[in-house]
Design a protein around this ligand. Structure first.
Ligand code: PEP
Ligand code: MG
Length: 531
């Protein structure tokens, strides 16, 4: 038995076979030391074409001429298109990495196809995305997929947020990752899906990942490789106790989170799309306090249309049956990437072109989302929230666009709010409060920017101080500003689930706490224990 200490990211115990997985999509552009050029692009393109030809031959054999495998021919033809190849080459010659150039050209071609009149030609955008994915996976050496034959504990370097969002918790018993941090979106998604997770463990510790049995203790941040019988029995007892506790908590499903003196705190859940709504309902949340709408974009191969967005929002609002659903407008950028946005590589993406900055720049895209939201507003209790606000002028511009869209498509009543997740927003929260119906404090980014700790850097894991007075002062300042203005205020960052702070939040005047669905009942119990 080997015992490895890591960082506890999401609680719970997983027991099963370890399975090493590689990233499915090469979403990250390598640093300059590993830059790839035209030669590598050509090699990747040829390898992709060879793969497609092989697949085409196999498919034709299977179909036995009933139907042809023509779509593969179309994909191969993209790889031979001179214009397309020349565009990639010119970007590489300008100094872009091959992967970056490939993403950029892919985005341009996808957009070009989507803009065409014929339905058939618009469909080809998917072929473009597919074939480029193949090339990019080869370029970044990340071809292996995440398909698991049997329920397993996955071992990886790290996962992108969208890869984590796609995991099936019935198959993925636990995650052991080397790089991800407590406040990364990979960790947040793992919490949302309720998958026990430990990070800071190097896969090389395994002699033969795929053969070894592991126990992963997400509460303690420990991994046991090939545990002995005694350890297995210990954890069987722990798992049984956990199950019993969870069963007991179900008694609170339909009960409000009221303190003994009768103050009710709304306990909402965070979600990333309609996939999580069932879990939110099963865990007795009073509503959704943060729907990270960018995950809907990240799960899509091209910009979702207004109709697609409307249908998704309509279903989410209807399923929540009148409970409040706070939908945050798309906060793409930093670690949340969708290739077709064609975002340039940035030195400091967390402080770069992201979230509301993209929306206020590309207002066509923003208005599509706002139109879909307002049209869906009559199907439930909608609140719209804008991320990454630093200035009153941004809120005014958002509201102006919202008004324009409302005049176009109408709406049922809804609330408008902002995230307080930059120190600037907290410091001017009095002014911001005059503009909106609510605040939701995003402590993940607020901590990152206040303490100058990159939430994506595993080397800084030990320096995230969630009780740092500077962070708590900004939280308090924002809550007080909200109270003075008579608007409600919640917390939707990971700090909301920090039970050592629950009493302080309640005393400060926080009205709502939004946490992973799996933490809702525990938090209800905590609030109910307070005076
Ligand atoms: C936050 O920053 O606290 C937040 C809730 O948003 P995200 O984690 O998606 O950046
Ligand atoms: Mg944030």
């Amino acid at each position: 038995m080997k015992i490895v200490a890591g960082n506890p990211i999401n609680g719970g115990v997983a027991y099963g076979k370890a399975r090493l997985v590689d990233r499915k999509k090469g979403n990250t552009v390598p640093d300059s030391a590993k830059k790839k050029g035209w030669k590598e692009f050509l090699a990747a393109k040829d390898a992709a074409a060879a793969q497609l030809r092989k697949a085409q031959a196999a498919l034709s054999e299977k179909l036995k001429g009933q139907e042809d495998a023509g779509f593969l021919e179309i994909q191969i033809s993209f790889l031979e298109n001179e214009n397309l190849l020349n565009t990639v080459k010119s970007y590489i010659e300008e100094g872009k990495d091959a992967l970056e150039a490939s993403k950029k050209v892919c985005g341009e071609y996808v957009q070009r196809f989507l803009g065409l009149d014929s339905e058939y030609m618009r469909e080809r955008a998917k072929d473009v995305r597919d074939v480029f994915d193949r090339v990019e996976n080869i370029l970044s050496g990340t071809e292996a997929g995440m398909e698991l034959e049997e329920p397993s504990v996955i071992v990886c370097t790290d996962l992108s947020p969208s890869e984590t969002a796609e995991l099936n918790p019935e198959k993925v018993l636990g995650i052991i990752a080397q790089k991800s941090t407590t406040y990364s979106h990979m960790a947040i998604m793992a919490r949302m899906l309720g998958i026990p997770t430990v990070t800071g463990v190097d896969a090389r510790i395994f002699d033969e990942p795929g053969g070894e049995t592991v126990i992963l203790d997400g509460d303690e941040g420990v991994v046991y490789i090939n545990p002995d019988g005694e350890m297995i029995r210990t954890y069987e007892r722990k798992a049984a106790a956990d199950r019993k506790r969870k069963e007991g908590l179900k008694a609170l499903l339909n009960k409000p989170a009221c303190t003994k003196s009768g103050r009710e705190i709304k306990i909402y859940a965070n979600a990333a799309g309609e996939e999580e709504i069932k879990t939110v309902a099963e865990n007795g949340a009073d509503g959704i306090g943060l729907l990270r709408s960018e995950f809907i974009y990240m799960r899509s191969d091209a910009y979702p249309t207004e109709e697609q967005l409307f249908e998704t929002y309509r279903r989410i609002l209807s399923e929540m049956e009148g409970k409040k659903v706070v939908i945050r407008t798309v906060d793409i950028g930093a670690d949340k990437a969708a290739g077709y946005f064609c975002l340039d590589h940035e030195e400091n993406p967390a402080m770069g072109y992201r979230g509301i900055r993209i929306c206020l720049d590309r207002t066509d895209l923003f208005k599509t989302q706002l139109r879909a939201l307002l049209r869906a507003s009559k199907y439930g209790n909608l609140a719209i929230m804008f991320p990454m606000i630093t200035d009153v002028s941004e809120v005014k511009r958002c509201k102006k666009l919202l008004d324009e869209v409302r005049r176009e498509v109408g709406s049922a009543p809804f609330e408008t709010g902002i995230m307080i997740e930059t120190p600037a927003a907290a410091l001017i929260s009095d002014k911001l409060a005059a503009e909106v119906d609510f605040f939701s404090i995003g402590t993940n980014d607020l901590m990152q920017f206040t303490l100058a700790v990159d939430r994506m850097n595993p080397k800084l894991e030990g320096t995230y101080d969630r009780y740092h007075p500077a962070l708590l002062m900004l939280v308090e300042m924002s809550v007080k500003a909200a109270k003075r203005a008579g608007i409600w205020v919640g917390i939707c960052g990971e700090l909301a689930g920090e039970e050592k702070l629950t009493e302080w939040f309640v005393q400060s005047g926080v009205d709502e706490l939004s946490v992973s669905a799996s933490c809702v009942l525990e938090l209800k119990e905590k609030v109910r224990s307070l005076d």
